[in-house]
Design a protein around this ligand. Structure first.
Ligand code: DGY
Length: 353
């Protein structure tokens, strides 16, 4: 990057990306790196002050990028690079208005999030939270084993049960990878509701490809409306990106339509599900159980949160992509995107804003 003389172009990094990735930035002598060193969400005031004059910012999904932040940064800002595939925390039209590029981290986390989606489905169906609670609280010695105690609906169908329909709210890369993992469990029918803006021909081509990839096991793959998705799914995976268009799509009305033995998994964004409605659905047994990695308003999910009171709610603290391998790949990609953005080159993963 050409040196402008006095001060070096500044890159603000909102989280320490570790010893393997930070040197990609700090070892360069053509940029100044300003780092938020604490392992928590960067302080907003710190960010507003330090972003002034920056050419690039590297963030994670807990930093809000809005007009206020972009105005504080000023006209030098060329790129926002988020270490996440989701971009609900970024006001994309504000970037577009200012011609600021956006880097994100798709693909590298697909497998990790698909893995955890299946894990959550298993945990929710087989009562992991409730049954582990028995052990954790020292109640196992008092627990009388009974033929039908603590049973739950089985995910795999082989031999013992009828077919299972899996549903997906949001049908992108992570949903496809989750579906692929479920085929060996005996899943034969898949329904989904996805981005209404994707073209019909794109969907048709994609679905034909998926069907042929999973032949002969997968017998049907259908795009359905939300109502059908709620009514027909035995296991529903929410892997939608979040944002105003998907906020509370899963609400009381939706949950009331679901099957009594159905399981809901949310590894997408917390805002898609109305937490109070989900707590009520679990309490009043409209559905069997839930496995969620994301909650609206996270990380402010304290002990008194309504979902924590539901034994059949298996909650993880947004760790879908938290494997060593994936986080390293995400951090590296976020830095590569940022460096490409500030040097005005092609980014490895840029979102059209
Ligand atoms: C993402 O990348 O959007 C995940 O939710 C965080 O890993």
């Amino acid at each position: 990057m050409p040196s402008s003389g006095a001060s070096k172009p500044k890159v603000v990094v909102c989280r320490d990306l570790g010893p393997d990735v930070m040197p990609l930035l700090t070892k360069r002598d053509d940029i100044e790196v300003v780092l938020w060193t604490e392992d928590r969400v960067s302080d907003r005031q710190w960010l507003l002050e330090n972003v002034k004059g920056a050419v690039g910012i590297v963030i994670v999904f807990s930093e809000l990028v809005d007009a206020e932040l972009l105005d504080a940064a000023g006209p030098n800002l060329k790129v926002v690079s988020t270490m996440s595939v989701g971009y609900e925390h970024i006001h994309v039209p504000e970037l577009a208005k200012r011609n600021i590029r956006l880097g994100y981290t798709p693909d590298v986390l697909t497998d990790a999030v698909a893995d955890i989606s299946v894990m959550l489905a298993l945990m929710a169906g087989r009562n992991a939270n409730e049954t582990m609670g028995i052990v954790r609280e020292g109640l196992w010695p008092k627990f009388i084993w009974a033929p039908f105690a603590l049973c739950g609906p089985q995910l795999s169908t082989s031999g013992v049960s009828a077919s299972r329909t899996v549903g997906f709210l949001g049908f992108g890369r992570i949903s496809h990878a989750t579906l692929a993992r479920l085929i060996p469990f005996g899943v034969t029918d898949c329904i989904y509701s996805s981005n209404p803006n994707s073209s019909t021909s794109y969907k048709k081509e994609r679905d034909e490809k998926l069907l042929s990839q999973h032949q002969p096991q997968l017998k049907s793959l259908r795009a359905v409306d939300l109502d059908t998705l709620g009514r027909e799914s035995d296991v529903l995976f929410i892997l939608a990106p979040g944002g105003p268009k998907t906020r509370h799509l899963v609400n009381e009305d939706f949950l009331r339509k679901m099957k009594k033995h159905s399981v809901l998994v949310n590894a997408g964004r917390g805002t898609v599900v109305d937490s109070d409605a989900l707590a009520k659905a679990l309490r009043e047994k409209w559905i069997w159980g839930a496995g969620i990695d994301v909650v609206e308003g996270e990380p402010n999910v304290g002990k008194d949160h309504p979902l924590l009171k539901e034994p059949r709610c298996n909650i993880l603290p947004h760790i879908g992509s938290a494997s060593f391998e994936t986080r390293l790949a995400m951090a590296t990609l976020a830095v590569d995107n940022c460096l490409a953005g500030i040097t005005e080159q092609e980014m490895p993963a840029e979102l059209d804003v």
